[in-house]
Design a binder for this molecule. Structure first.
Ligand SMILES: [Zn+2]
Length: 59
């Protein structure tokens, strides 16, 4: 495991461009793979959600 011992900060995380549904009215969003509807409404405020890509933490 010596190749992991390179003094990188432990707070370093992996981010990836991911397709999400973003609410048009509030900050609520959900990863597309967890949304079954074709045109979902926000679970918080029931507004329309827009399909976007977002750089989110995956690890
Ligand atoms: Zn909302």
């Amino acid at each position: 495991m010596s190749y992991f011992n390179n003094r990188k900060p432990t707070s370093e995380h992996v981010y990836a461009e991911t397709v999400i549904w973003q609410c048009s009215s509030c900050n609520c969003w959900s990863r597309e793979e967890f949304v079954l509807a074709n045109e979902p409404n926000c679970p918080v405020c029931n507004s329309k959600m827009n399909r976007e890509t977002k750089n989110i933490r995956v690890e």
